[in-house]
Design a binder for this molecule. Structure first.
Ligand SMILES: [Zn+2]
Length: 383
């Protein structure tokens, strides 16, 4: 049904595209249910209608706060010249995907913007609570007061200096500024993230084992700790890429070369002589010197064997508009960012002519080679 690889596009907020991961729908239901249970059975037990209305408003305000946090990142990022900001909301919060910051000041300001939004929202919501208390609108006062506390918690938790939390990125910006080395800065943030993750997991385990009724609370701490540990591992990979790949040309990612074919080439021929015999993953499709798209091995092999000689490259190719491209002389790390979750990246020259198709498997091989060379002290490979 849904795949986490394919977020659903919601629309734009202040010009910034917003997507939700399918898991976010699960989060919405979970949050709604927790609020409802709290208002229906908790302090002051309200009537069902009032409890449902309060739970709906509280859910919208809470999830809206998470979204506005990301909008804060995206807007400041764009003001500082970072492009292609996209906000994706996941089961646990959100992420803003923009191009890399040019310097530590950009990273610092863009990161600080998110938690600042939550702290400002907390102030505003406390204002609402005071007004509603004054006007004796009890239900509004309660929802606003609790939403204010949640925003304070959200802002404060995100400011803890441990990557991949915002506080970790702020720490990285400071270390980057002081040491002038971004890889080193990322490693410092990742070490703090791994430390905090291990601490939270141990705490969660102790709570589950030693505290009566601490099973659910301990489980939450354990889960957050585990996610921090995983995030810190991702950060170490990011540091490695910054150190080893940054500054190299994108053409080092092309490890195998497949000659382009014409659109009327049969799928059977492609499978027999390219995908099976030469083990290539992707073949560009060209006509009269113009590139039309690319055929992936997985798409060609998906055609039933009996039909392969009746189907052509044009039938199964991915059109050029769906495939990201990179110039051979641009930074390999930028090209990798553009590849993202796509199965293939086309390498083009300055005139837009395609030089080759880079599959995810090839990227893995290229990075292995670059990594081996780096550990052997050869740092100028591919230059
Ligand atoms: Zn953030």
């Amino acid at each position: 049904m849904f795949s986490t690889r394919h977020p659903i596009r919601l629309g734009r907020i202040l010009g910034v595209p917003v997507e939700i991961a399918p898991t976010w729908i699960l989060l919405t239901l979970l949050v709604l249910w927790s609020f409802w249970e709290r208002y229906a059975t908790g302090f002051g037990h309200r009537s069902t209608g009032v409890a449902v209305a309060m739970a709906l408003v509280a859910t919208v305000v809470f999830l809206g706060s998470v979204l506005l946090h990301e909008v804060g990142h995206a807007l400041v990022g764009r003001m500082r010249g970072m492009r292609q900001a996209v906000i994706t909301l996941y089961l646990f919060g959100g992420a803003t995907n923009a191009s890399d910051p040019a310097g530590p000041a950009d990273e610092f300001l863009m990161t600080l913007a998110g938690p600042s939004v939550n702290l400002l929202l907390a102030l505003g919501l406390w204002g609402v609570q005071v007004l509603a208390t004054h006007g004796r609108i009890d239900a509004v006062a309660q929802v606003a007061g609790e939403a204010a506390w949640l925003n304070l918690l959200l802002g404060a938790f995100n400011l803890v200096p441990a990557s991949p939390l915002d506080g970790g990125r702020i720490l990285e910006a400071v270390v980057w500024r002081v040491t002038k080395s971004r890889p080193q800065a990322i490693r410092v943030g990742a070490a703090a993230g791994a430390g905090l993750g291990a601490l939270l997991m141990s705490y969660g385990l102790l709570e589950m084992l030693l505290v009566r009724g601490g099973l659910i609370g301990g489980l939450w701490f354990g889960l957050i700790g585990y996610m921090l540990l995983e995030g810190a591992r991702g950060e170490r990979t990011r540091a490695w890429l910054e150190q080893v790949v940054r500054g190299r040309p994108a053409r080092i990612l092309l490890t195998e070369h497949a000659e382009p074919v014409t659109p009327d080439t049969s799928v059977g021929w492609l499978v027999g002589s390219e995908f099976v015999r030469h083990h290539v993953d992707a073949v560009p499709v060209e006509q009269n010197g113009e590139t039309l798209g690319v055929v992936l091995a997985e798409d060609a092999l998906g055609v039933p064997a009996g039909e392969r000689f009746y189907r052509t490259a044009a039938d199964v190719m991915r059109p050029l508009s769906e495939v990201p491209t990179a110039r051979g002389d641009e930074d390999a790390l930028d090209a990798l960012h553009r590849l993202g979750d796509h199965p293939v990246l086309l390498l083009v020259d300055g005139h837009g002519r395609v030089h080759g198709a880079i599959s995810r498997r090839q990227v893995g091989m290229a990075l292995d080679r670059v990594g081996l060379a780096a550990s052997a002290g050869i740092t100028r490979l591919g230059r």
